[in-house]
Each structure stands twice: as structure tokens, then as C-alpha cells.
Design a protein around this ligand. Sequence first.
Ligand code: TRP
Length: 450
Amino acid sequence: MASPRGEFSSRFGFVMAAAGSAVGLGNIWGFPTQAASNGGAAFLLVYLVLAFTLAYPALMAELIIGRHAHANAVNALRLISPNTALRNLGAATGIAGFIVASLILSFYAIVAGWMLAFCLSSLASLLDMAVLVSWLTSFGIGRNVLFMLIFMAFTIGIISAGVRDGIERWSARLMPALLLTLFLLVVYVLTLDGAMDGLRVYLLPDFERALSPKLIIAALGAAFFSLSLGVGTMLIYGSYINDDENLPVVGGLVTLVDILIAVLAGFLVLPAMYVALHNGVEIFSATGELISEDTLIFTVLPELFATMGFTGIVVSFTFFFLMSTAALTSSISMLEVPVAYVIEEHGLKRKTAVFTIGGIIAIASIVILLNFEALFGLVIAFTTRYSQPLLGFMFCLYAGWVWHRDALLQELRKGNPGVEHSLFWKIWPWYVKLVCPVIIVGIFVQSLWG
Ligand code: TRP
């Protein structure tokens, strides 16, 4: 059935779109170094277990509610509520989700803009344009604003084309390209001197470190961000799945792809860092930890590429192309959250909605850039550390406690008539009811102190 509000045309299209949302900067710049500094293969194991036992159930909560309501988070949470108080709370949760999604996009677009600038700088160095290279790779307000706007323009362009012609089409193109690029980079980097030392650090298990409670909680937070949970992104993508689809299976595929790419990124980033070390680049911070996040991406790796001559330029271009792609398939999923709400709630045309909201978010990004020291870190902490877990908690409560269990089962039966007898139905309802909320509160309390 072709619905007027848009629908993914195939399982492949949905999995690429949802995995595209999940696979982003978090996977490539966060996961590998975190794993290396925290017990290597043991961390990987902990992360795998957590992703499947906790993040996956939370993902399923969003997908199922979304598919049932075929609506944005505000209307969906309202729809499954039995009384006015819960309906209002649900709507408030949905609205908070769309504000947080917009704020996440406002800082994500800035970082993604840097990726584009670095990608372009490799082309510029190919043409020996030293002044341009230095402008593109230095922190400056002109470059920051320009490339944020270029990145937002791509995001807006894709989202204005709609679910099938925008989100699905571009995710189905970009995700295979991303996988291929990542794979080629891994194979190449593994041939370089020093790479094996990186592999050893990545894969040597240290269970003592990986099993510390603080770390487990950190890994869980990372898993939530990585699967784009808590702001209604997955709920809205779920609302575009057709009723014949087997939700536990597609949700599992998305989780698998997300983890697979994070793990694969480790085979690129850690060997690359030790190749850099071999070439004389500093890869440890003053406290002896491996350098991570933005310093890793914008300082350590470029220094490595610079030691590699012409090949370095090609590898650098490929790498920053990979990062830009990963960011784009994620940013579209953030913009879709507020856009879907405004279209469905206020009857705006998609193009009008996309340009208005995209414009507002771009202005928010400029405000952040103009007050970078004060706002950048603050917005990241407010959205990812506090809001996401709290809202994720609300989604689990609605799926586990508010929504009637029979209605939930009915929804799952649509694409999977035998679901009642499956392992999924035996375990998942308890997870989403008890385990997920308790653990999320645990993360939250910990992050208040941490
Ligand atoms: N999961 C993406 C990443 O790993 C980021 C992302 C996309 C996201 N959509 C989201 C994070 C919604 C939080 C909420 O980079």
C-alpha cells in the first residue's frame, strides 16, 4: 500500500536508511579508540553484549511504536496512551525529542562541515594550493560557517526529496559506498609498517579493565548514541516501514550493521595510529591515553597522511570522504524528526517544512560557532549525555508500561504471525519494561556524577 506520508520501498532500503542513521561519526571516531584504551577485545565483547541486550531492545521499542502509529513521535506516543495525562506527557516527550534532534544536528553539521573541508583540502594539496589548504584545515569562523552551510544544504536537499526519493535512495547509494571505502582503507593501512602493533592493542583482551562498572556504563551510553536512540529518529524511520515487515529481524540487522562498521573502523583507526607512531607522530596524550575524537581525526591522522607523500593525499581524500558520507546519512535522520512532525501536525508542505527548519537549525549552528568556547561542548553534553538517555527512558516506559500488551503483540504479529512463540516475545517485553529503564537511570545517575 502506498501511503501518502511515504514508506520505504524494500527491506534493503529500510536497513540501509536506519543503519545509515546509526553509522556516523560516533562509530568511526569514538568506538575504536575507546576500545583500545579500555581493554581491547574485552571491551568489544562487552559492547557487543550491551548492544544486543540493551540497545537493541530500546531500538525495537521505537521501531514498533513508530510502525504501529505510522506517525511522528508526538502523535505516536499520544495514540498509544489510554488517558489524557499520559497523552500529554507523551506529546511533551515527542516535542522534547524533536528539539533535541534539532540541537544534535546543529553541532553535528559543524563537525561534518570540517570533514568536508578536510576532504576538499586533499584536492587542494594535489593542486599545490598551499594557501587554500591552510585555510581549509585551520579553525576559522569563515571556513566553519561556509562548510556547515554546505553540509546543511546537502542534508536539506536529500530530506526535501522525501522518504523514498531522498532518504532511501541516498542511503542505499551512500552506505555501500561507505562500506567499500572503509574496506579498501583497512586493507591498505594493514599493509603499512607499524599496523600490526595497532592491531595488537585493539584485539588483545584485558578483562579487568573492560569489566569495570564505570566502563560498562560508558559503553552503554556510546551504544545509545550510536544507534541514534532517544530522540524519535528510529521511531520515525519505523513509521515508514510497511506492515508486512518482520520488525525484530530488521531491527537486528540494523544493530548488526552498526556494530560491524564500528568494529571494522577499529581495524582502520588503530593500525593507522600505530603507523603514525612508526612515522614519528605523537599518538598519546599527556596522560598516556591514546588520542581520540577530534584531535585524532583532525591532527593525528592528517599528520600521518602528511608523512605519506602522494599516497597520503589519496588516502586522506578517501578517509574524509568516508567521514562525510557517514555524517550525511546520519544528519538526514536527525532533520527528518522535526520535519515529519511539522508536516503531520501543522500540514506544511515538505519543501516548506524542510527549508524553514533546516534554516533555523543552520542559524543555531552559526550561533554555536560564534560562541564556540561557551556553547559547543555545552550543547553536546546537554543533548547526548542528559537528554538522550532520559528520553530513551521515556520511550521504554511507553512501550513497556503505557501501551497495552495485547496491542503491542498485535503490531508484532503483522509481519511475523508466529511471534508469540518466539524467543523475542519471551524476553523483550521484560527487557523494555524493567531492564532498560533501570539501566538507563543508572547511566543517567552516573553521568550526573561523572
Ligand atoms: N548514530 C549517529 C552516530 O553514531 C548519530 C545520530 C544520528 C544520532 N541520528 C541520531 C544520535 C539521533 C542521536 C540521535 O554518529
